[in-house]
Design a protein around this ligand. Structure first.
Ligand code: PLP
Length: 379
């Protein structure tokens, strides 16, 4: 049995018939930039996130970068985030002109350890970017409280958390701004690169609208320099159709995750990333932690089971950030997680049989790679 890590083809078949005439209309009209598909998607995605405004952009990285810039974060400022995330989080911070300040993660959830934030706040601190990793929100109440106390802006990296909630509140709706990626493999994915910022702040939304279009306030009137950062009409049309199905797809992902969790609960040596009491995860990824990660990954590949590593080297140890002067041991929870994590196949259309096959393979690997009757393995 083959179990791909992700299967976008089976998702496409569900929307194909409805989508083709919509794309045909856009192409026939030759209206590729802006227009009704973009405006309609922005309205619908803002409603989905429970906020007033959505600005469609060309990627999640742009969403983070433009949200930070529009919030006034820039040169000389420090922005608190985690080293256990995709590099886009910190690229956005440095490209806005600021410096990332790392705080380690809570290894149980993979998200920022809120207890460690206060000790990292200096007089230059300007913002916190919590990352809602793997589809689960960070612990937002303490983050918002710390931010309020220190006068910091909160920009949520919700690029993996479309539809996730924190104590019932939608991801992206709690900070000044929420940033989303619609990279094809995300829970809500376009047919290429796309992203968005959601916010209740009208002025912030307006500034981001200008930044995405060369700083224009009106055509060829530039109040500042900006970027080519727009969401395309074709991508917006794809996203509109998929958005209607997102809640159902997220429900299916949660059911698949529950099945994995149940089947893996009695496998010694396997720890799943935990869904916190405060969170309802949308399981962008289903991640487990094991000691012999590389061995397990090689075995699963042999068995036809696709896996991923999100992410195998924390940002503070990346060559790109060598100048920051970090070394191994500086963020132990992030490092230990990076060494032990493996992402199992996860998407809405995964079947029971496929999930059972993945778990059977994992059990087989651990049984075969360990001496029989070894009591010490029971803990
Ligand atoms: C995908 C992702 C991004 C960046 O999104 P792009 O659309 O690829 O630019 C940022 N942060 C996290 C956590 C992501 O997973």
């Amino acid at each position: 049995m083959q179990v791909p890590f992700l299967d976008l083809k089976v998702q496409y078949r569900q929307i194909e018939a409805e989508l083709k005439p919509v794309l045909e209309d856009i192409m026939a009209a030759g209206a590729f930039i802006g227009g009704p598909p973009v405006a309609d998607f922005e309205k619908e995605f803002a409603a989905f996130c429970g906020v007033k405004h959505c600005v469609g952009l060309s990627s999640g990285t742009d969403a983070l970068r433009l949200a930070l810039m529009a919030a006034g974060v820039g040169s000389g400022d420090e922005v608190i985030t985690v080293p256990h995330t995709f590099i886009a989080t910190t690229e956005a911070i440095t490209q806005a002109g600021a410096s990332p300040v790392f705080v380690d993660i809570d290894p149980a959830t993979g998200c920022i350890d809120v207890r460690q934030i206060p000790s990292r706040i200096t007089s230059r601190a300007r913002a916190i970017v919590p990352v809602h990793l793997y589809g689960q929100t960070a612990d937002m109440d303490p983050i918002l409280e710390i931010a309020r106390k220190h006068g910091l802006v909160v920009v949520e990296d919700a690029c993996q958390a479309h539809g996730a909630t924190y104590k019932g509140r939608p991801a992206g709706s709690m900070g000044l701004a929420g940033c989303f990626s619609f990279y094809p493999g995300k829970n809500l994915g376009a047919f290429g690169d796309a992203g968005a910022v959601v916010t209740d702040d009208e002025k912030l939304a307006q500034t981001i609208r200008m930044l995405r279009e060369h700083g224009q306030s009106r055509k060829y009137v530039h109040d500042m320099e900006g970027y080519t950062g727009r969401l395309d009409a074709i991508q917006a049309a794809v996203l509109r159709l998929k958005l209607k199905r997102l809640a159902a797809w997220n429900r299916d992902r949660r059911a698949n995750a529950a099945r994995y969790t149940k089947l893996l609960s009695d496998v010694p040596g396997v720890t799943a990333i935990k869904e916190a009491d405060f969170a309802q995860s949308v399981y962008h990824l289903y991640v487990i932690l094991v000691d012999d990660r590389d061995g397990l990954q090689a075995f699963l590949t042999e068995q036809g089971v696709g896996t991923g590593l999100h992410y195998p080297l924390p940002l503070h140890l990346q060559k790109a950030y060598a100048a920051m002067g970090f070394k191994k041991g500086d963020f132990p929870a992030s490092e230990r997680t990076a060494d032990r994590l493996i992402s199992l196949p996860m998407y809405a259309e995964l079947t029971h049989e496929q999930i059972e096959h993945v778990v059977t393979c994992i059990k087989k690997y651990f049984n075969d790679s360990r001496p029989k009757g070894n009591d010490a393995q029971r803990s």
